[in-house]
Design a protein around this ligand. Structure first.
Ligand code: AHG
Ligand code: MN
Ligand code: MN
Length: 334
């Protein structure tokens, strides 16, 4: 029986097309291995005692779940030894993680959110892993956080694993977006959706409406018009609303059937420009969304052009179907 195109075959063929030396392909394979390991832990859940809080906090003051820490360890373990990385950075680690001296150092930097959607872990709702690969600047032997401060346009690759009813891997190296589904028997991700494209129009929006009183006028206006639907002046269609609270699941829905996702700037905490993290969430998701024909913006600027100033920097995020995101951007200009 034919097992379909594995993700390994897919990236090796891509490597042959661009004439790489296999380093990048090997790095990606290690990332896939870590996501398969995380998928296994997420899937077994309570059977292996991994649910619940770890009773520790990350640098952003968020309580860590046991699985946040386990997933972070799995990412490190699978990617530490291969010789493809110079350093890693994670939402769950205060500082960058340098590859220890006993292993060879490579030319790439790996950035990740080991488990996105932590609030959903204990209630058995989809969570995911988000990753982004950057080049270590030329001549840098000992990378520092400064070497990670590259705009999203510099990403070599971005992807996410979605731990839902199926485990999926969705990734881009800048030549479109492809989705793979984990075949548990084969132990490999198999290509299931080629060259995904986000429909330009949509009638589905996602926003955490409990923050409404903190939003800025352009977002207030946009959401009010969606809610008014056909009965209002602005729109000729009625809208549906979804909020999973796992960005990975939200982006996957948008890639599959369109939609707009907003975690906008609000005035809840003036010290925070938004909730989502530029390096671990906003940039990789923006690359995927743009590669699928969508748009990703803060409302005021293209996310991938932001010059990062800190590893754990937060930004407003508005992404998805082109015509809706452009409408929100135009409201910010008025
Ligand atoms: P994380 O679990 O990595 O901290 O990220 C959660 C993020 C994102 O996935 C989701 O869209 C958003 O936070 C949900 O925020 P609210 O709980 O404010 O709705
Ligand atoms: Mn996250
Ligand atoms: Mn996380």
């Amino acid at each position: 029986m034919h097992i379909g195109e594995t993700i390994t075959q897919f990236i090796i063929e891509e490597q042959r097309r661009v004439g790489g030396n296999g380093d990048f392909t090997a790095l990606l394979n290690d990332v896939f291995t870590s996501c398969k390991a995380i998928s296994g832990a997420v899937n077994k859940g309570d059977l292996i005692g991994v649910l619940g809080s770890a009773e520790s906090e990350n640098i952003q003051g968020e309580t860590q779940k046991k699985l946040d820490i386990i997933s972070n360890d799995m990412m490190i373990n699978a990617n530490i030894w291969g010789g493809h990385l110079a350093a890693m950075a994670s939402e769950e680690m205060d500082d960058i993680y340098e590859i220890p001296g006993q292993y060879p150092r490579g030319k790439y930097l790996l950035v990740f959110d080991p488990l996105d959607g932590s609030s959903n872990i204990d209630v058995n709702i989809s969570v995911g892993t988000i990753f982004s690969i950057l080049r270590c600047p030329d001549g840098v032997e000992k990378p520092t956080a400064e070497d990670f401060m590259q705009p999203g346009t510099e990403q070599v690759c971005a992807g996410y694993a979605l731990y839902g009813p199926s485990t999926m891997m969705v990734m881009t190296t800048g030549h479109g977006v492809n989705a793979f589904t984990l075949d548990q028997n084969v132990g490999e991700f198999i290509l299931t959706q080629k060259d995904m494209k986000i429909p330009e129009d949509t009638a589905e929006f996602s926003i955490n409406a409990s923050n409404q009183r903190f939003w800025e006028p352009p977002v207030q206006r946009y959401v009010a018009e969606c809610l008014a639907g056909k009965d209002g002046e602005a729109r000729d269609k009625n809208f549906n609303m979804r909020w999973v609270a796992s960005m990975v699941a939200e982006v996957h829905r948008i890639l599959t059937r369109g939609g707009i996702f907003l975690y906008p700037k609000d005035n809840k905490d003036p010290a925070m420009a938004g909730k989502l993290r530029l390096m671990y969430e906003a940039n990789p998701m923006s690359m995927i969304v743009e590669q699928a024909g969508g748009v990703s913006s803060t409302g005021r600027e293209r996310i991938m052009e932001i010059q990062p100033t800190g590893l754990h920097q937060r930004v407003p995020v508005i992404l998805g179907s082109r015509n809706e995101v452009e409408r929100v951007i135009s409201y910010h200009k008025e």
